[in-house]
Design a protein around this ligand. Structure first.
Ligand code: CAA
Length: 266
């Protein structure tokens, strides 16, 4: 695996685990972390595009037992001017787009603080599995700025405008159980079960038709931004398109033959 200074990369089964590794700064996102995340996501996208479907899910988490990511790195931002801040925010948004465009699910395994850019990075993943000791928040207003990596928009889409405004203007942290209640996290598990839970989800996905998983993710993301009629049309096209794949024939034939399907991503 290519060398990364701020990330640890580990493949386990069909999962690629990307661990942001700056525990002394609570894994804060500086420009180097953002650049390395871009590289790792680009490499994974290219690997799959080249036909290597050995990785069926990405798990993004934080090193250490305290933080997922405590935000964008304040010491890297303190002296930024407008142009630098714009490049930094744009680079953060680009990571979010890469996560959305990956043809496999990206799971945020939130093991501790997910604040500011950390909450935003978690929300840029397809869904969040949280440790019971995770804490979420958008505390940027305390620093007299606002979320810059998609927080104002993704948080609203996850939890609704009123809850999103409350979190973004008070800067208050919420606990994992509250994140679950408002739909920010999909699941909350004991800290020691966090990684295994995420690995289990990837193993489940790995048994499914890879192209179907990719199309489901694409249609869900793209459709969420469209009026219902256009979104439904997207689904009709993707559904019917999958009938041109060998995996569709294999999946349905295997069901009728009462055997396990052998998918080829073709
Ligand atoms: N940037 C840089 N360093 C950070 C950091 C951050 N976001 N968060 C924590 N650290 C550093 C601290 O400075 C400290 O470093 P030193 O040991 O060298 O002093 C170390 O991590 C440990 O942090 P604390 O001593 O503060 O730990 P704590 O347990 O007392 O508090 C915390 C934990 C509540 C998460 C607190 O660290 C905190 O409030 N962090 C900042 C959270 C924040 O404001 N995030 C938003 C950043 S702005 C942003 O993200 C913009 C955007 O949307 C793109």
């Amino acid at each position: 695996m290519a060398d990364y200074e701020t990330l640890e990369i580990e493949d386990r089964g069909a999962a690629r685990i990307v661990r942001i590794n700056r525990p002394k700064a609570l894994n804060a996102l500086n420009p180097q972390v953002i650049a390395e995340l871009s590289r790792v996501l680009e490499a994974l996208g290219q690997q799959i595009e080249a036909g290597d479907w050995s990785i069926r899910g990405l798990i993004l988490t934080g090193a250490g037992d305290k933080a997922f990511v405590a935000g964008a790195d304040i010491s890297a931002m303190v002296d930024m001017g407008r142009d630098e801040a714009m490049s930094f925010a744009s680079a953060g948004h680009a990571v979010g787009e890469m996560l959305a465009n990956l043809p496999i699910p990206a799971i945020a395994a939130v093991n501790g603080f997910a604040l500011g850019g950390g909450c935003e990075l978690a929300m840029a993943c397809d869904f969040i599995v949280a440790s019971a000791k995770a804490k979420f928040g958008q505390p940027e207003v305390k620093l007299a700025v606002i979320p810059g990596f998609g927080g104002t928009q993704r948080l609203t889409r996850r939890v609704g405008l009123a809850r999103s405004i409350e979190l973004c203007v008070t800067g208050e942290m919420i606990r994992a159980d509250e994140a679950l209640r408002i739909g920010l996290a999909n699941r909350v598990v004991a800290p020691e079960e966090l990684l295994d839970t995420c690995l289990g989800i990837v193993e489940t996905v790995a048994k499914m038709g890879p192209l179907a998983v990719a199309e489901a993710k694409r249609v869900l993301h793209q459709g969420a931004e469209l009026p219902l009629e256009a979104a439904n049309q997207l689904e009709v096209e993707a559904f019917s398109g999958l009938f041109e794949t060998a995996d569709q024939a294999e999946g349905m034939r295997a069901f009728l033959d009462k055997r396990a399907a052998q998918f080829s991503a073709k």
